[in-house]
Design a protein around this ligand. Structure first.
Ligand code: IPE
Ligand code: IPE
Ligand code: MG
Length: 247
C-alpha cells in the first residue's frame, strides 16, 4: 500500500480539520431512541475519528460539541449533554493521553458548571505535553462570541485602534494556537455554519455530508479529504499555469 492510497499525504494536507458533528438527534430518532442516545453514539464516533485523524497525520482537529445557541434546547437534553461530556472526560481522558492527543477547550467557560470547568482544566493540563494531534473541543462556543471576546481582550491589553490589524486581533482569538482550518466538514445534511469558526474559515474548503454524525467514520473522512485535495485553493490569487516544455 502506498502512502497515497492509504490516505496519508501530509504535504497535501489538510493540517487542520474542523467538524460540525451534526445529526445525533436524527440518528436516535431513526432508531426510536431518545436523543440522548444519539449524543452518546456521537461520542463513540468522535473517538474513532480522532484515531482516524492521527492515522492520517492530521495535526489539528476542531469539533463543535455545543454551540452558544444550544442552550435553547430542552433542559433535559442540555443537562444530558453536560453529564455525557463529564462521563466522556473520565472515560476517555487516559486513552486520549495514550494516543498522544493534546486537548484544548474553546468557548465561554463561565456559563458551565464548576464541575465541568474542572474536568476541562484537568483534560487540558493532563494532555498539554502531547504532540500527535491537537483536538480542540468547541463547547459553549460561537464564532461571534469568539470575535467579541477577542476584541474585548485586545482592548483590555491596551491595543490602540491604530495598531489593531487582522494579525493582531488573531492573537486574541480563542484558537490563536492553531492555523486556520483547511477543511470544514459538516455532517447531518444541513448546509450552514451555525456560528462555528466565523473568523477562521475565510479561506477554508467546505464539505457537507448527509451522513449523520454517529455513522461518520474512516470512509466518509477519506471522501472529505479526497474532495479537499481536488480543490484548487487560490486565496484570492491566480493559479500559475504549468510551464510549457521548451521546444
Ligand atoms: C449535534 O446533533 C450535536 C449537538 C448539537 C450537541 P443534533 O443534536 O443537532 O442532532 P440533530 O441535528 O437534531 O439530528
Ligand atoms: C451545530 O448544530 C452545533 C453543533 C453541532 C454542536 P445545530 O444542530 O445546533 O445547528 P442548527 O440549529 O441546525 O443550525
Ligand atoms: Mg443539529
Amino acid at each position: 500500500m502506498t502512502t497515497e492510497s492509504s490516505g496519508i499525504n501530509k504535504a497535501a494536507g489538510p493540517r487542520h480539520i474542523a467538524i460540525v458533528m451534526d445529526g445525533n438527534g436524527r440518528w436516535a430518532k431513526k432508531r426510536f431512541l431518545p436523543r440522548f442516545f444519539g449524543h452518546k453514539a456521537g461520542v463513540d464516533s468522535l473517538v474513532k475519528v480522532v484515531q482516524a485523524c492521527i492515522d492520517r497525520e492530521v495535526e489539528y482537529l476542531t469539533v463543535f460539541a455545543f454551540s452558544s445557541e444550544n442552550w435553547k434546547r430542552p433542559s433535559d437534553e442540555v443537562s444530558g449533554l453536560m453529564g455525557l461530556v463529564l462521563a466522556a472526560v473520565s472515560r476517555y481522558l487516559a486513552k486520549m493521553g495514550q494516543m498522544g492527543v493534546r486537548i484544548r477547550i474553546v468557548g465561554d467557560r463561565d456559563a458551565v458548571s464548576p464541575k465541568l470547568r474542572n474536568a476541562w482544566n484537568e483534560a487540558e493540563s493532563a494532555t498539554a505535553h502531547n504532540t500527535k494531534l491537537t483536538m480542540s473541543v468547541a463547547f459553549n462556543y460561537g464564532g461571534r462570541w469568539d470575535i467579541v471576546q477577542a476584541c474585548k481582550a485586545a482592548m483590555d491589553a491596551g491595543v490602540p485602534s491604530t495598531e489593531l490589524t487582522e494579525a493582531r486581533l488573531s492573537e486574541f482569538m480563542a484558537m490563536s494556537y492553531a492555523p486556520d482550518p483547511d477543511l470544514f466538514i459538516r455532517t447531518g445534511g444541513e448546509v450552514r455554519i451555525s456560528n462555528f469558526m466565523l473568523w477562521q474559515v475565510a479561506y477554508t474548503e467546505f464539505v457537507f455530508s448527509d451522513c449523520l454524525w454517529p455513522e461518520f467514520g474512516d470512509k466518509q473522512l477519506d471522501a472529505a479529504i479526497a474532495a479537499f485535495r481536488d480543490r484548487d485553493r487560490r486565496f484570492g490569487g491566480v493559479k500559475e499555469a504549468p510551464a510549457l516544455a521548451d521546444g
